[in-house]
Design a protein around this ligand. Structure first.
Ligand SMILES: [Zn+2]
Length: 316
C-alpha cells in the first residue's frame, strides 16, 4: 500500500496542529466584572481579584534602601509613572474551591484613607455576599492585610468566616516581650493584630506553613517580608495558582529588580532571596500568580527578564 503525497501532507499538518495544541497552553480568560473586579475560571476553581484601593507613598531614598534614588526614579520614568510618588495598590484574591469561599487577606481598615476599604463593595459587585465567606487566609499581619476584618463601627465584615493564620506570624506579633522592646515607630504595628485578631480567638485556626490549610490550598513558609510571612498554592484547578501576598511590592520596582530592598520588608535580605525562590517556582511550574500589591488585575503570569522577572496581569 502506498501513501499518497496528499495524505502525507494532511497527516503532517494534523500532527503539526496537535503539536501546537500540546505545546501552547492558552492563558485563562479574565473577565472584568466591574471596575477593579476580575474573574478567572481555572477548571473547577473560580477566582476573583478585588481591588481594595490604593495609597500614594512619597518616593524618597527610603522607599528602596539599597540603590540610589535616581535609579528608582529612572525605573518608574521608563514605565511612564510618577517619579515623586509610588501608588501602591491593594488587591484581595477570592477563590471558590471544594465548597469553600476563601479570601486571601482582608483589605485595609476603611478608616485608613478615602482611597481604600473598597473590598466589601467589590465583593457585592462580584455577586459575593461578605456573609457567605467561609474562610479568610492571611499571608501576614500588617495592617493593610488585616484591617478590613472590621468596619467603621467595629463589626465583623465576614462574620461566618474561620480565620486561618500562620502560627509563626501569630507568635511573633503576639509576643509581649518583643512588643515591649520594639521601637516606638513599631508599636502601632504590634497593636493592630491585637486589636483586630486577638478578640476572635474562637474563630482562629493557627497552622504551620507547609500544611494543607483547606482542601486544594497548600501553604508555604515565605519569611522575609515579615517573620511569619506565608504564601499559598491553590492546587485544585486546571492550572496551579500561587498567591504570594507581599513577596513583592509594586512589580515595576521589585519584580523587575528582586534584589532591591523595599522599605516595607522587615528582613530585606531574606525577602529578596524569597522573591527569587518563589518567582522561579512560579515560572518553572508555569503557575499563575496573584499578589496583594501586583498591578492591574493583580493576577497573571510571570516570566524571566534581565536580572529579574516581568509580571503580566490578565485582562488588562
Ligand atoms: Zn501589604
Amino acid at each position: 500500500m502506498s501513501i499518497s503525497r496528499r495524505t502525507l501532507l494532511a497527516l503532517g499538518s494534523a500532527l503539526g496542529a496537535l503539536w501546537f495544541a500540546a505545546c501552547s497552553t492558552p492563558e485563562p480568560r479574565a473577565v472584568s466584572v466591574a471596575p477593579g473586579v476580575t474573574r478567572v475560571q481555572l477548571g473547577n476553581v473560580t477566582a476573583f481579584t478585588i481591588r481594595d484601593g490604593h495609597i500614594p507613598f512619597t518616593l524618597d531614598a527610603n522607599f528602596v534602601r539599597n540603590v540610589p534614588l535616581a535609579n528608582v526614579q529612572a525605573a518608574l520614568q521608563a514605565d511612564g509613572l510618577s517619579t515623586e510618588r509610588v501608588d501602591v495598590p491593594y488587591t484581595v484574591l477570592f477563590v471558590e474551591t471544594g465548597g469553600q469561599r476563601v479570601l486571601f487577606d482582608a483589605g485595609n481598615d476603611e478608616q485608613r484613607a478615602a482611597t481604600v476599604g473598597k473590598l466589601p463593595d467589590g465583593l457585592r459587585a462580584a455577586g459575593i455576599d461578605p456573609k457567605s465567606i467561609t474562610a479568610v487566609v492571611f499571608s501576614h499581619f500588617h495592617g493593610d492585610h488585616i484591617g478590613g476584618l472590621r468596619n467603621k463601627a467595629g463589626e465583623l465584615v465576614f462574620p461566618n468566616a474561620k480565620l486561618y493564620v500562620p502560627a509563626p506570624e501569630w507568635d511573633w506579633w503576639m509576643d509581649d516581650e518583643r512588643m515591649a522592646k520594639a521601637p516606638e515607630g513599631m508599636k502601632a504595628a504590634f497593636a493592630a493584630p491585637r486589636r483586630v485578631l486577638a478578640p476572635l480567638a474562637a474563630s482562629i485556626v493557627r497552622f504551620q506553613p507547609g500544611d494543607m490549610v483547606l482542601p486544594g490550598i497548600r501553604s508555604l513558609a515565605a519569611p522575609g517580608h515579615t517573620a511569619g510571612h506565608t504564601v499559598y498554592v491553590v492546587e485544585g484547578g486546571d492550572r496551579k495558582l500561587m498567591y504570594w501576598g507581599d513577596t513583592s511590592n509594586v512589580p515595576n520596582l521589585f519584580v523587575r529588580n528582586p534584589d532591591w530592598a523595599g522599605r516595607f520588608d522587615m528582613d530585606a535580605e531574606a525577602a529578596s532571596v524569597m522573591r527569587r525562590k518563589l518567582a522561579d517556582m512560579v515560572v518553572d511550574q508555569n503557575m499563575l500568580l496573584a499578589g496583594y500589591h501586583l498591578s492591574g488585575s493583580a493576577i497573571g503570569t510571570l516570566a524571566r527578564r534581565g536580572n529579574g522577572y516581568e509580571f503580566t496581569p490578565l485582562g488588562n
